[in-house]
Design a protein around this ligand. Structure first.
Ligand code: NAD
Length: 493
C-alpha cells in the first residue's frame, strides 16, 4: 500500500515519524481521513497504538540529552528555520488544512499559518532574549534561577485548529530543550505530517520531534501513561482531559490542560451596538468550532430588542458554503458525528421551550455537514444549550437587568475559558471584568492574543497557563542554584 497521499496536489506521507524515520504501524493498521467539505476520502493514515507510542517515547528519550545540551542560540536558529519552512510552504499548508478540517481557506492563508510561523519565532526569541531571572543574594549566598529542559513531552491536540495548536505546544517545548511526541487529532491529521518534514529539513536532529498518528485513547493512552514522559500538554475536551489527568496521576507527570468553554459575550446597556453585533457574529467563525467562542450572548434588556433585530439582519447575510470560496463566511462542521451532536442540542433546546430565531437545522442543499447559523432564545440559565459546549454555529441569547445579574449569568456555568464585554464606558468595563471568572477577558474586541500573555482556562476550562514565560515555566524544570560567595565558602552553609 502507498503511504503517500496526494492532497490538493501535494504529496503527504501519512505514516508516523519516529526517530527521524517514516514508519507504518507495526500492525499495518490505518484509518481513512475524510474532508468535511464534501466527505471525500483524503488519505489512509497510519493508526498507531502502544507499540508506536513506546517507540516514539524511546526515540524522544534517546534524543533528549543531545538536544538539551544544544545551546539556546542553536535551538533558536533551528526554530527560526522551521518558521522559514512554514512560510515557504504556507499555501500548501493552508490548502491541506482547509481540506482536512473545513475552516476557511482565507483564514488559514492570512491568519492561521502566519501565526504558526510566528509561534516558532516567538518562542525562539523568548528563549534567547527574555528567559532569565536576575541573580540575587541571600547574605553571602548567590541565588541563580535556571529553566532546565524537562525531558520528553507528549503533546496532544484537537481537530478544530490543528497546526495552530500543534505549533503553540511544539515551539516552546523544543525551545526549552525538550524532545516531543506529538499526537494530532484523527479528524485532521495531515498538516502535522508536513510539520515533521519541515522540521527535519530545518535541521532538527532525529528523535527530537516525533509524530504518532492515531485514534483517541488507542494512540493517546499509552503515551500519557508512559513513565518516561516528563510533561503532557493537552488541548481538547473535558471528558478526555479527565482520562488524561487520571493517567498522568500514576507517574505524577505535570500536565497542562486547555479545554472547552461556554464563554459569555456581555452587551452592556452603554455598548456600541454596531460593534456588539459584529463581535457577536464573529462567534460563528469556523462554524462555531472554536474553544474561545462567546456562545452565550448576554444582553441588557434595554437594548435587547434592537440588538437582536440588527444581529438577525447581519447573521442572515452570512454566506455559507465551501470554505475554499473567498466569499464564504461559514464552512462545514468537521464530521457527521459533530453535526448530529449540534443538531441534537438544538432539537432538545426547542423541545424544552427555546426558540430558534434564526437557523435551527442542517443545510442539506450544501452537503452533509453544513449547519445553519443558529440563535436560540427563551432558555433559562440551567438549560442544556446554555450550560454545555455545543461546538457548532449555535449561540444562545439571554437578557439581564443589572450588572449583578449579568455577572451571575456570565459566571454561571462550570467553564471559565474566556469572556467578552462590550461597553462604551471604561469604568463600567473595569467593574464588570473584575468579577468575571475567565482565563482571558476581552473588552470591545475578540480573539486577539499576544503570545507574551498567559493563556488557559479557569474551572473546567483547564488547568495551568501557557504563553510567554508561563510556557517555559511549564515545559522546564525550574531550578534555583545557591552558591556560597567567596567570603562565605563553607561546606555546610
Ligand atoms: P477530544 O478531547 O475528543 O480529542 C482531543 C485529542 O485527544 C485528540 O487528538 C484525540 O485523539 C485525543 N484523545 C482522545 N482520547 C484520548 C485519551 N484517552 N488519551 C489520550 N488522548 C486522547 O477533543 P476534540 O473533539 O478533538 O476537540 C474539541 C475540544 O477541544 C473542544 O472541547 C474544544 O473546546 C477544545 N479546545 C480547547 C482549546 C483551548 O485552547 N482551550 C483549543 C481548541 C479546542
Amino acid at each position: 500500500m502507498s503511504h503517500t497521499a496526494t492532497v490538493a496536489g501535494i504529496p503527504v506521507d501519512t505514516r508516523h515519524w519516529i526517530g527521524g524515520r517514516r514508519v507504518a504501524s507495526a500492525s499495518g493498521a490505518t484509518f481513512t481521513d475524510h474532508s468535511p467539505i464534501d466527505g471525500a476520502a483524503l488519505a489512509e493514515v497510519s493508526r498507531g497504538g502502544a507499540e508506536e507510542a513506546d517507540a516514539a517515547v524511546a526515540a524522544a528519550k534517546a534524543a533528549f540529552p543531545g538536544w538539551a545540551a544544544t545551546g539556546p542560540a542553536e535551538r533558536a536558529r533551528i526554530l527560526h528555520a522551521i518558521a522559514d519552512g512554514v512560510e515557504k510552504r504556507l499555501e500548501e499548508l493552508a490548502q491541506i488544512e482547509t481540506l482536512d478540517n473545513g475552516a476557511l481557506l482565507r483564514s488559514h492563508r492570512r491568519g492561521v499559518m502566519p501565526r504558526v510561523a510566528h509561534n516558532f519565532r516567538f518562542f525562539a526569541d523568548w528563549l534567547t532574549n527574555e528567559l532569565s531571572h536576575p541573580d540575587f543574594d541571600t547574605n553571602t549566598r548567590r541565588n541563580h534561577v535556571s529553566w532546565d529542559p524537562a525531558g520528553p513531552c507528549v503533546l496532544i491536540t484537537p481537530w478544530n485548529a490543528p497546526l495552530m495548536m500543534e505549533s503553540w505546544k511544539v515551539a516552546p517545548a523544543l525551545a526549552a530543550g525538550n524532545t516531543v511526541v506529538l499526537k494530532p487529532a484523527e479528524w485532521s491529521p495531515l498538516t502535522a505530517s508536513l510539520l515533521a518534514d519541515i522540521a527535519h529539513r530545518a535541521g532538527l536532529p532525529a528523535g527530537v520531534l516525533n509524530l504518532v498518528q492515531g485514534y483517541g485513547a488507542e494512540a493517546g493512552r499509552p503515551l500519557v501513561e508512559h513513565p518516561d514522559v516528563r510533561r503532557i500538554s493537552f488541548t481538547g475536551s473535558v471528558p478526555t482531559a479527565r482520562h488524561i489527568a487520571a493517567a498522568a496521576a500514576a507517574n505524577l507527570t505535570p500536565t497542562s490542560l486547555e479545554l472547552g468553554g461556554k464563554s459569555p459575550l456581555l452587551v452592556l446597556a452603554d455598548a456600541d451596538l454596531a460593534l456588539a453585533v459584529e463581535l457577536a457574529v464573529e462567534q460563528y467563525d469556523n462554524a462555531g468550532q472554536v474553544c474561545l467562542a462567546g456562545t452565550r450572548l448576554l444582553v441588557h434588556e434595554s437594548v435587547a430588542a434592537e440588538f437582536t433585530r440588527r444581529f438577525v439582519e447581519r447573521a442572515n447575510a452570512l454566506v455559507q458554503g465551501d470554505p475554499r470560496d473567498p466569499a464564504t463566511d461559514i464552512g462545514p462542521t468537521i464530521h457527521p458525528r459533530q453535526l448530529e451532536r449540534v443538531d441534537g442540542f438544538v432539537r432538545r433546546a426547542i423541545a424544552a421551550g427555546g426558540t430558534a430565531v434564526i437557523g435551527g437545522s442542517p443545510r442539506h442543499d450544501l452537503g452533509d455537514l453544513y449547519y445553519r447559523p443558529t440563535l436560540l432564545t427563551g432558555l433559562p440559565q440551567d438549560a442544556e444549550a446554555v450550560q454545555e459546549e455545543i461546538f457548532g454555529p449555535v449561540l444562545t441569547l439571554q437578557t439581564f437587568a443589572s450588572d449583578d445579574e449579568a455577572v451571575a449569568l456570565a459566571n454561571g456555568t462550570r467553564f471559565g475559558l474566556a469572556a467578552t464585554v462590550v461597553t462604551g464606558d471604561r469604568k463600567h468595563a473595569d467593574l464588570v471584568t473584575g468579577r468575571l471568572v475567565a482565563g482571558t477577558v476581552w473588552v470591545n474586541c475578540f480573539y486577539v492574543r499576544d503570545l507574551r500573555a498567559p493563556f488557559g482556562g479557569s474551572r473546567q476550562s483547564g488547568a495551568g497557563r501557557e504563553g510567554g514565560t508561563w510556557s517555559f515555566d511549564f515545559y522546564c524544570d525550574i531550578k534555583n542554584t545557591v552558591t556560597a560567595q567567596e567570603a562565605g565558602w563553607t561546606r555546610h552553609g
